[in-house]
Design a protein around this ligand. Structure first.
Ligand code: GLN
Length: 490
C-alpha cells in the first residue's frame, strides 16, 4: 500500500488492523512534507507534537482500546482554525505570533476521532483571495505544475492533499475557497450547508458566509470527515440542530429518480472549452447512472460577485476591527518612536500588520456600511441576496442537484491576476452564490486539461441535502477517474 496516495478509508483501516502503525504513517507524511514544503509552501507551521499524538493512538490500539474512525490519519489544518498551543496566523503578519489558548471545535472533533494534526496549511491572508498569493508567508504552489497557483484561499490545504503531504485536510469557504483550490489541485472539496459546522475557534472573515469543510482524495473520505465535524455546538449559536446523517455509509451510485439541473447562466461563453467539455462529460456520466438532466435558470447569477464583495467586505471590516495590537497579535514597535495618540497606535499597528488586499477590503467594507452609503450598497446587496436565494429555492423545486463548472478555466499562472483585483474577483462567479444562499457545494475532479492541470466539476444541493452531493460525486469520480499523479508523487 502506498501510504502517501492511499484513501483515508484504507489508511484508517490499515492503522486499526495494525498493518501499519500511526507513528510510521506520520513519519512518512512528515518526510514527504519536509521534502516538498520548501517548494510548495503548503504548510506555514508544522506540529511538533504530531509524532507524540500518533504514538498515543498506537498505545491505545496496543491496549485494545477503542479508537475513533480517523485514528492515525494525518491531516493539514488551514491556518484559520485555532489549534491550542500551535501557532495560528490566518496567513497574516498581524497574527504571526499568535498561539491560541484553545482549539476550534472542528479541530477538537477531528483529534477526538483520532486524526493527527500534521501542520497548519498556507492560505490567502484572512482567507481573502482566490490564488493563495496574498499570504504573508509567501505563495503556495500547485503540485501539478509549480508555476501555477493552487487556488485560494485554502491553497495550502488542497496542495498538501494533492502532494501526499496529508491524507486529508480542512479548509474554509466564504465564497469558494474550498471548491476552487480543490478543483485546481485535483482533489475533492466540500463546503457544507451554512450552520452544519461550528465556526467556534475559526478566525472570522465574513460570518454569514464562512463554513469549514474537508479536502480529500475520494468523495467517501470527505463524507466521513464531514460526519465527524458537523453538528450542533453550544459554542456557536449559528450551528444547526439538524441530525447528521451517516453520509459515507449511505452513498448510492444508482441515480434513478434523481434530477440534475444545469443552470444555463453557468455555461456562457466566458467558460473555456476544455472546462465545458469536462462538465459535459460529467453530466453524461450522471445520465448514464440513471439521472434525468434538466435545464434550469438562475437569472441573478451575474449579481453574485457584486453582492458577495459588498457583503463579505462589510462583514470583514467589522470582524477585523479586533486586530488592534492591544490584546493579542502583532503590535508595531513603539519603543523608539512612541505613538502620540490612540489613533496613531492603531494606524501604525494595522498599517504594517495587514497586507494590501486585506486593507482594500476593510476600506471597501467600511465605505459600504457608512451612513449615507449603507442603503445604497450594503442594504441593497442584502435585498438582492434574498432574491438570489429565492431563485435557488425555485431551481431546487425542479431538480435535486445543480451541476456546473467551479471556475471558468483550470489553474492560472502565478502572478497572472494578482495585480488586477477585479479580474481576481471575477474568478468567483460560479462559487459565491452557494455561500450567499447557504447551500452545500462540492468540487469533484473531472479530468485533466491538455496542459495537464486538473479540472473540477461543481455540484450544489438544497440546504442540508449533502447526501445528493456524495451520491452524484461518487458517480463522477468513478467515471472520470484521474489516474495520473502530480510529479511530486511520481
Ligand atoms: N475568493 C473569494 C474572496 O477572495 C472567496 C474567499 C473565500 O472563500 N475565503 O473573498
Amino acid at each position: 500500500m502506498n501510504l502517501l496516495t492511499a484513501s483515508l478509508k484504507d489508511l484508517a483501516q490499515a492503522v486499526q488492523s495494525k498493518k501499519v502503525s500511526a507513528r510510521e504513517v506520520t513519519e512518512k507524511f512528515l518526510g514527504q512534507s519536509e521534502k516538498w514544503n520548501k517548494q510548495l509552501n503548503a504548510y506555514i507551521t508544522m506540529n511538533d507534537k504530531a509524532l507524540e499524538a500518533a504514538s498515543a493512538v498506537d498505545q491505545k490500539l496496543a491496549k485494545g482500546e477503542k479508537v475513533g474512525p480517523l485514528a492515525g490519519v494525518p491531516m493539514a489544518i488551514k491556518d484559520m482554525l485555532c489549534t491550542k498551543g500551535l501557532r495560528t496566523t490566518a496567513g497574516s503578519k498581524i497574527l504571526h505570533n499568535f498561539i491560541p489558548p484553545y482549539s476550534s471545535t472542528v479541530v477538537n472533533r477531528l483529534e477526538g476521532a483520532g486524526a493527527i494534526t500534521l501542520g497548519k496549511a498556507n492560505q490567502d491572508e484572512f482567507a481573502m483571495g482566490s490564488s493563495n498569493e496574498t499570504s504573508f508567508f509567501g505563495i503556495a504552489r500547485n503540485p501539478w505544475n509549480l508555476d501555477y497557483v493552487p487556488g485560494g484561499s485554502s491553497g495550502g490545504s488542497a496542495a498538501a492533499v494533492a502532494a501526499g503531504m496529508a491524507t486529508a485536510s480542512i479548509g474554509t469557504d466564504t465564497g469558494g475557497s474550498i471548491r476552487q483550490p480543490a478543483s485546481f489541485c485535483g482533489v475533492v472539496g466540500v463546503k457544507p450547508t451554512y450552520g452544519r459546522v461550528s465556526r467556534y475557534g475559526i478566525v472570522s472573515f465574513a460570518s454569514s458566509l464562512d463554513q469549514a469543510g474537508p479536502f480529500s482524495r475520494t468523495v467517501a473520505d470527505s463524507a466521513l470527515i464531514l460526519e465527524t465535524i458537523c453538528g450542533r455546538d453550544e459554542r456557536d449559536m449559528t450551528t444547526a440542530s439538524e441530525p447528521v446523517p451517516a453520509w459515507s455509509s449511505s452513498i448510492r451510485k444508482d441515480l434513478k429518480g434523481l434530477k440534475a439541473g444545469m443552470p444555463k447562466e453557468y455555461f456562457s461563453d466566458k467558460l473555456e472549452p476544455e472546462t465545458r467539455k469536462a462538465v459535459e462529460k460529467a453530466v453524461d456520466a450522471v445520465k448514464k447512472a440513471g439521472a434525468e438532466v434538466v435545464e434550469v435558470s438562475i437569472p441573478l447569477t451575474e449579481m453574485a460577485v457584486p453582492i458577495y464583495y459588498l457583503v463579505a467586505t462589510s462583514e470583514a471590516s467589522s470582524n477585523l476591527a479586533r486586530y488592534d495590537g492591544v490584546r493579542f497579535g502583532h503590535r508595531a514597535d513603539f519603543s523608539k518612536n512612541p505613538a502620540e495618540s490612540l489613533a496613531e497606535f492603531y494606524c501604525r499597528t494595522r498599517g504594517e500588520g495587514f497586507g494590501s488586499e486585506v486593507k482594500r477590503r476593510i476600506i471597501l467594507g467600511t465605505y459600504a456600511l457608512s451612513s449615507g452609503y449603507y442603503d445604497a450598497y450594503y442594504k441593497k446587496a442584502c435585498q438582492v441576496r434574498r432574491l438570489l436565494r429565492q431563485q435557488f429555492l425555485d431551481a431546487f423545486a425542479k431538480c435535486d442537484v445543480l451541476i456546473s463548472p467551479v471556475t471558468t478555466s483550470p489553474a492560472f499562472k502565478i502572478g497572472d491576476r494578482i495585480s488586477d483585483p477585479l479580474q481576481m474577483y471575477l474568478n468567483d462567479i460560479y462559487t459565491t452564490s452557494a455561500n450567499l444562499v447557504g447551500i452545500p457545494g462540492m468540487s469533484v475532479p473531472a479530468g485533466l486539461s491538455s496542459s495537464g492541470l486538473p479540472i473540477g466539476v461543481q455540484l450544489l444541493a438544497a440546504h442540508f441535502q449533502e447526501q445528493h452531493l456524495f451520491n452524484v460525486g461518487s458517480v463522477i469520480e468513478e467515471a472520470m477517474n484521474i489516474k495520473e499523479l502530480p510529479s511530486v508523487l511520481q
